[in-house]
Design a protein around this ligand. Structure first.
Ligand SMILES: Cc1cc2nc3c(=O)[nH]c(=O)nc-3n(C[C@H](O)[C@H](O)[C@H](O)COP(=O)(O)O)c2cc1C
Length: 217
């Protein structure tokens, strides 16, 4: 059975990333029930980023496909490396993906990095989707940031293979009256949400559908 791994790097189970991920999964299933979709919430696992042990870089290493470190994500790293599709969903924290997502990416991609041939050798060519949620509302700044964030994906799987879904200016909280969020007036947030959120969800759904279509050929 074909398999898509959804790496969910958001801590909140009922907010923006969760809803976008749910839409992505529904999009896959709307195309085919024959593709397994495994949703991994990184905050449920105990692990760290790359230890720089370099076991994947010693001569004749056995760890060129999956990180040598054994911890809470070892099996997930293995499953991801040999899946058909990978969706990475993350909230933006301080102009980057959440720390859990970054740590996962270090562990997944570093074993594939080949310092002799200056390339990445993933064991399989995965179809990828990235999903983000953030407060930022300036597309140019956001695209520049996301291009930087997606460098390992381009290096591993090539340019123009990733489908990106970025939800801008999200509702960070449900009730703005309760918080000291002077920079984000409630009316502005609600108006943006009204105008963009349905489309953001549709983009996530379509990305799931598109990935399923690509996997099925
Ligand atoms: C620690 C922290 C740092 C954040 N930094 C940024 C940031 O640099 N840029 C931005 O646009 N949003 C930032 N945000 C806002 C979140 O990206 C935004 O609320 C997003 O919707 C969170 O995803 P969630 O709703 O699924 O939890 C930050 C939020 C937190 C908690």
């Amino acid at each position: 059975m074909k398999k898509i791994i959804v790496i969910d790097g958001g801590p909140r189970k009922t907010m923006n990333i969760s809803k976008l991920v749910e839409a992505f999964c529904k999009g896959v299933k709307s195309k085919s029930e024959e593709i397994e979709v495994k949703h991994i919430r990184l905050y449920d696992y105990d692990y760290k980023g790359c230890y720089s042990c370099l076991a994947c870089k010693v001569k004749d290493s056995k760890y060129l496909d999956v990180c040598a470190i054994k911890d809470g994500i070892t099996e997930i790293l293995k499953e991801t490396a040999y899946a058909d599709g990978l969706c990475i969903a993350a909230p933006i924290y301080f102009m980057d993906i959440s720390a859990q997502t970054k740590a996962f990416i270090e562990r997944l991609f570093y074993p594939w990095l080949d310092y002799n041939n200056i390339c990445m050798n993933p064991p399989r060519q995965l179809f990828t989707t990235t999903i983000y949620a953030m407060n930022d509302s300036l597309p140019e700044r956001v695209n520049e940031m996301l291009d930087r964030i997606e460098f390992p994906l381009r290096f591993a799987f090539g340019n123009d293979t990733n489908e990106r879904v970025a939800a801008l200016n999200t509702m960070q909280v449900k009730n703005y009256d309760r918080y000291d969020f002077g920079m984000f007036p409630k009316e502005m947030k609600e108006a943006w949400h009204e105008e963009h959120w349905t489309e953001d969800i549709k983009k996530a759904f379509d990305a799931g559908f598109n990935m399923a279509e690509k996997i099925l050929g």
